[in-house]
Design a protein around this ligand. Structure first.
Ligand code: MG
Ligand code: MG
Length: 275
């Protein structure tokens, strides 16, 4: 029964109250179970798209495949139509940073760094994740950039536990990236994820006092998604009003997971390792 019907029917059980901490929704166990499914769909599709991506394919072909699979697995693509975004995946090559639009004329080449970001919505909840994939053999610097971006994400995730704060996550990511000599993009942050694709809090990947340093509580679900550049951290948006690129044309890599804060620590809801 949908919410409106429940509200209009005096005999239906009351809706459980939303639990919140500083404006951030703490998900209940049934809601977390629903998010596990949405996130599993995201993880499955990303794994498949990552294996499918080959030189000669267009980025639109990968989008078509992803949309088909998201729907086949019982969800709808979170991104399609979101603020007018026209596709089911954001796809970025090399110096493109985020929000790249799949295109029938953009052909994947050997040596490319390919970033695929997608979300799936079912049962009233979203999952959100991003991977970077090397197309064939890539230059050593590109390989290192990917490794640093992925390791930075896991350094941040390792700090996710009750009692820690968002700055613990941010600091661990920033320290790892700075030690590598690369830079962290500051123009985009991670976010809470759940009923909405983007919801409070902002999850930052660098130390700042400009955003609330929220204490982590069990039931929070966070999309952590550091973007790491080989050169300058500065970015700009292209004239299509979506695609973001590095200003100095340096390479960019990103990994993202939807992560649940548990009583003991955390659970990576978009984990691909068991799929
Ligand atoms: Mg994402
Ligand atoms: Mg995200």
């Amino acid at each position: 029964m949908n919410i409106l019907a429940r509200l209009l029917n005096p005999h239906s059980p009351a809706l459980p109250p939303l639990r919140r901490h500083r404006g951030i929704e703490l998900k209940s166990e049934p809601e977390i179970e629903t998010m596990r499914k949405s996130s599993w769909i995201v993880a499955t599709v990303l794994k498949e798209v990552g294996e499918l991506a080959k030189p000669g394919m267009t980025t639109a072909q990968l989008d078509e495949y992803a949309e088909h699979r998201i729907r086949e697995l019982g969800a709808t693509p979170s991104f399609k139509g979101y603020h007018g975004f026209p596709a089911s995946i954001c796809i970025c090559l090399n110096d493109e940073v985020v929000h790249g639009i799949p295109s029938k004329t953009k052909v994947i080449q050997k040596g490319d760094l390919l970033k695929v970001d997608t979300g799936a919505y079912q049962g009233g909840f979203h999952g959100d994740s991003c991977i970077t994939v090397a197309i064939g053999r890539v230059k050593p610097k590109a390989k290192k950039l990917m490794e640093v971006a992925e390791a930075a994400l896991y350094k941040g995730i390792a700090q996710v536990k009750p009692g820690n704060h968002l700055l613990d996550v941010a600091g661990a990511i920033e320290d790892h990236v700075q030690a590598s000599g690369f830079t962290i993009v500051e123009d985009y942050t991670g976010h809470g994820v759940g009923r909405n694709l983007h919801e409070p809090p902002s999850v930052f990947h660098f130390r700042t006092n400009q955003l609330p340093n929220v204490e982590l509580k069990p039931g929070m679900t966070l999309a952590i998604e550091p973007i790491v550049n080989a050169g300058s951290k500065q970015t700009k948006t292209l004239r299509d009003r979506w695609t973001v690129v590095t200003v100095d044309k340096s390479l960019s890599a990103q990994f993202e997971h939807t992560v649940l804060v548990t009583e003991e620590g955390h659970e990576i809801l978009t984990d691909r390792s068991q799929i």
